[in-house]
Design a protein around this ligand. Structure first.
Ligand SMILES: CC(C)(COP(=O)(O)OP(=O)(O)OC[C@H]1O[C@@H](n2cnc3c(N)ncnc32)[C@H](O)[C@@H]1OP(=O)(O)O)[C@@H](O)C(=O)NCCC(=O)NCCS
Length: 449
């Protein structure tokens, strides 16, 4: 084994450890559209899910079958019919859906049963259990359109799913539900996954989709200057949905996003849109800090927000002790008043517990994060991390490529969060002129992707 391998593998594996600990015993609901299976992604997805499950995550897997049902319909000489993105399920389409669901369940169970030596599934014993966990009701007649056997989720059997998860099994759900009279209804994968995540109050809802995520500017085409927004606050996601017509096709920006927003508003803290085209996207999203797709996060707006002139007094009070002991550079009231729009704060019950400011240097495509402070009473509860993420977002929305900090005592906190030390010469010219060579602060930079 080469020494280089040791130097890369060990730190890499250790960097994943916090996520493994954090997610143990958490519940993830994962929606896989039929398109992913049609594209041949099932074997690798099953391997990654088996790995995630072996690290203690409780998994509910919901599969879709849109292209498989359409294929069966076309083979029988029928054209698939939709209205506003919802299938109109006549009796032929219902037969096709039942056949497609049966076939896909076999394929998924087979994928989880692999276990050849020297493959990622060797030694994995994943039990997959499906069942009648969903009660459905008809969509009915809407705007004069009779949706026939298309349904909506009426109730989720939470106890049944929890007991099955307690047995250590992966719960597999097809987009089907039954009425109390025993009638079958064709549901959408997205609605089932969202309803189940909400009913279970799951820790994550993840859609593995044909789109790579939501772009920083969702109205502009994909480009290097318009990358995927890895973390989208709920309020921003709602604004994006309000600005465009509802998404009816899986490749529309709003299609999966509307379900993520619904889940987040119903108590699922994090919902994700990740691409199935990238091999290992589930692992990258769950176990790497910045992830690969878009995560919609419910941040309580009243807690984390941009500062207003009314906050100047609270900010001064918060940072003063750290200025006195030399951790922070002294800032005057006038200076803070002038720059107040650069500040982000965390407020609980009218008291400011944390703050940080962002000073952009657009010519160098970077910005300084300054005055990073969490009140001693609130330290160690994640406010520092929360405010760092918001500052990263603000910088990304400004089209910047990195953020930097100058610190004399807190380098380890930043390095643990992806910052790297650079020479002070790296600083943008305008900032270099103000660099205090006597203070000898370390310059740490974090690239934003
Ligand atoms: C650094 C600071 C902003 C972190 O805020 P926080 O809300 O406590 O941070 P989080 O809750 O997100 O993270 C807590 C973790 O950071 C660690 N931590 C706190 N201060 C640290 C420091 N100076 N160096 C290294 N790690 C530190 C904690 O031990 C804890 O580690 P754990 O997760 O392994 O238990 C806060 O401690 C602070 O305000 N410090 C004083 C001001 C300061 O130094 N500002 C930076 C100036 S450049």
């Amino acid at each position: 084994m080469s020494a280089v391998f040791n130097f890369t593998f060990v730190p890499w594996f250790r960097s994943v450890a916090p996520y493994i600990h954090k997610f143990r015993n958490q519940t993830f609901v994962i929606g896989i559209p039929g398109e992913a299976i049609a594209a041949g992604k099932l074997p690798n997805l099953a391997q990654d899910l088996a790995l995630i499950q072996s690290m203690g995550v409780r998994i509910v897997l919901v599969h879709g079958f849109r292209p498989q049902v359409n294929e069966q319909l076309l083979a029988k000489g029928h054209a698939p019919r939709y209205h506003n993105g919802t299938r109109i399920t006549d009796s032929v389409a219902l037969d096709c859906a039942q056949e497609a669901a049966g076939q896909l369940r076999y394929e998924i169970e087979a994928a989880f049963s692999q276990g050849l030596p020297n493959t990622p599934m060797a030694g994995a014993t994943v039990r997959v259990i499906s069942g009648n966990f969903i009660t459905a009701r008809p969509v009915g007649i809407v705007d004069g359109i009779d949706y026939q056997h298309s349904g909506l989720v009426r109730k989720v059997d939470v106890d049944g799913i929890l007991r099955t998860l307690d047995m250590g099994a992966v719960v597999l759900l097809s987009p089907f539900g039954f009425s109390p009279t025993g009638e079958a209804f064709n549901l959408s994968m997205e609605e089932v996954a969202t309803s189940v995540a909400t009913a279970l109050q799951a820790d994550k809802l993840i859609f593995v989709t044909e789109i790579p995520g939501i772009r920083m500017d969702p109205h502009a085409p994909a480009s290097d200057d318009n990358p995927i927004d890895t973390e989208l606050p709920l309020a921003q996601a709602e604004r994006i949905l309000a600005e465009r017509p509802p998404g009816h096709n899986p490749t529309d920006t709003g299609f999966y996003l509307q379900h993520c927003v619904k889940a987040c508003k119903s108590g699922v803290e994090r919902s994700h849109i990740i691409p199935f085209a990238v091999d290992g996207s589930l692992l990258l999203e769950v176990y790497v800090h910045d992830g690969i797709g878009t995560m919609v996060v419910d941040e309580k707006l009243e807690e984390l927000r941009e500062a207003t002139p009314d906050d100047v007094g609270g900010i001064l009070q918060l940072i003063e002790p750290f200025e006195k002991d030399g951790t922070l550079v002294k800032r005057s009231r006038t200076e803070i008043e002038r720059d107040i729009s650069n500040y982000t704060i965390v407020e609980h019950d009218g008291v400011i517990f944390a703050c940080a400011a962002l000073y952009p240097y657009p010519e160098a495509k970077t910005a300084e994060m300054a005055a990073v402070t969490v009140s001693p009473q609130a330290q160690g509860q994640g406010d520092g991390e929360k405010i760092l993420r918001r500052i990263e977002q603000r910088a990304k929305y400004m089209g910047l490529e990195s953020i930097f900090v100058l610190t004399t005592r807190t380098m380890h906190w930043f390095i643990k969060r992806g910052f790297q030390a650079v020479d002070p010469d790296w600083l943008p010219e305008a900032r270099k002129r103000k660099y205090n060579w006597d203070r000898r602060s370390m310059v740490l930079v974090k690239k934003l992707n």
